[in-house]
Write a new protein. Structure first.
Length: 420
């Protein structure tokens, strides 16, 4: 292998979540387990080059959605970037093996893992910090929908998404042999039925009400909701304030779990970029009379207060669904399938944030031509001068949180998450 083409990269896995609680033992996740059969090479998960050169094999359980955990074999080390993913996993709730053998978008991965962008921690006049992607996260959504992400320090971006196929597999030789070499025991005992039964019993114990809805069919899951979250729209940000200068820079966390900074080195390219709907946004406005630069954090819909700093979308969050209706009404033809279609200048709308004299929201809306949708679920979460000790992007600590309240009613269902 060509050493000059090697990059330090690792692997994460993460599972979509159906409910988030202060007591994490109540959380319910997509129950996908990456497998590695000791006797059947087809029933394993590995990364390869296009010519079939093996790079690494992984197995094990997942971390939380949007964050990820490191499976066995997932630690970062230098090697060529992968070109093919051979993924095999078992979903205990579905009682089903899935497999995805997928050529990966080589040029996109090369760009993501080799391009360094300016980060909020970089100091002017110094070489940029390594604000570049270093991990590949395999995200498991319901019913075998796979979303691949590139992950770096505080940054996250989609690589692609695909539907894994249902396949048949010998549970004993794929999973059983990883626990015991006693084939006679595995032949006699139906460990697959036992494991599925235990998984559902654990589901019931964690959340009896949600389990009841699962059994009676009123709680149904599919990949379609995650495809909705993945949808990208042609919108650009604009912020105005009395006696305030806005640089155009911002950091956003999006509904599809992407997150990254758009600083001065990316402002022009960002104007042409399709973007998922934002969940949170940090931006900076300088007050002209004093020259003080302020950090402003805005959340676009009600988020449980205890989750506010570590929120990741949970399945069918009603507040999120209500918020997304604004983008869907403005762009009814947009879907995951249109993400690769170029958008023209006239397609772009403006996500407009008008601030008052105190740099709090006066009005916030999504507008294209005469169509205008007020984002009434948005609120100012934090406002502070930037901390000179940490550069021009990070806020001073110690200021008040939850500065304004959303105008919309909080729709949080306690069956799925604790509100306060």
């Amino acid at each position: 292998m060509n050493k000059s083409q090697e990059v330090a990269w690792g692997v994460l896995t993460s599972s979509a979540v159906f409910g988030r609680y202060k007591d994490s033992t109540k959380d319910i996740y997509v129950n996908s387990y990456v497998v590695k059969s000791p006797v059947d090479e087809n029933m394993r998960t590995a990364f390869y080059l296009a010519d079939g050169t093996w790079l690494r094999t992984i197995d094990g359980s997942s971390g939380p959605w949007g964050r990820g955990g490191t499976p066995l074999g997932g630690n970062s080390f230098k090697q060529p970037l992968p070109e093919v993913l051979h993924l095999t996993f078992f979903d205990e709730f579905d009682n089903q093996f899935y497999q995805l053998i997928q050529p990966l978008p080589k040029e996109k991965i090369q760009r993501l893992f080799r391009t360094v962008h300016k980060g909020m921690g970089d100091e002017d006049g110094e070489d940029p910090s390594p604000n570049v992607y270093r991990m590949i996260d395999i995200g498991f959504a319901p019913k075998g929908w796979i979303i691949l992400f590139a992950v770096g320090p505080g940054i996250r971006e989609e690589i692609g998404s695909w539907q894994a196929k249902k396949i048949d597999g010998d549970y004993a030789t794929v999973i059983g042999l990883t626990r015991t070499s006693d084939m006679e025991y595995l032949r006699v005992n139906d460990i697959r039925s036992r494991d599925v039964k235990n998984a559902l019993a654990d589901f019931k114990q964690r959340n009896a009400e949600l389990y009841k809805r699962w059994v009676d069919g009123s709680f149904k899951i599919s990949a379609d909701w995650y495809k909705t979250l993945q949808t990208k729209y042609p919108w650009n940000l604009e912020v105005t304030a009395p006696d305030g200068d806005w640089s155009g820079e911002y950091y956003a966390e999006y509904v599809n779990t992407e997150r990254f900074e758009v600083l001065d080195d990316r402002l022009e390219s960002d104007k042409k970029r399709l973007k998922a709907a934002p969940v949170k946004l940090w931006t900076w406005v300088t007050y002209q009379p004093t020259g003080v630069r302020y950090y402003i954090e805005i959340h676009f819909y009600p988020i449980p207060k205890w989750l506010v700093d570590d929120y990741m979308p949970y399945y069918q969050d009603p507040n999120l669904n209500e918020y997304l209706k604004n983008f869907q009404a403005l762009y009814p033809q947009r879907s995951l399938a249109s993400n690769d279609q170029a958008a023209y200048a006239h397609d772009f709308s403006t996500l407009k944030i008008e601030l008052n004299e105190g740099f709090r929201i006066k009005e916030i809306y999504l507008q294209k031509g005469k169509e205008k949708y007020s984002l009434d679920g948005a609120y100012v979460y934090y406002l502070a001068p930037t901390d000179d000790r940490r550069g021009k992007y990070f806020p001073e600590p110690g200021h008040e949180y939850f500065l304004t309240q959303p105008k919309l009613k909080d729709l949080t269902d306690p069956v799925f998450t604790d509100r306060d």
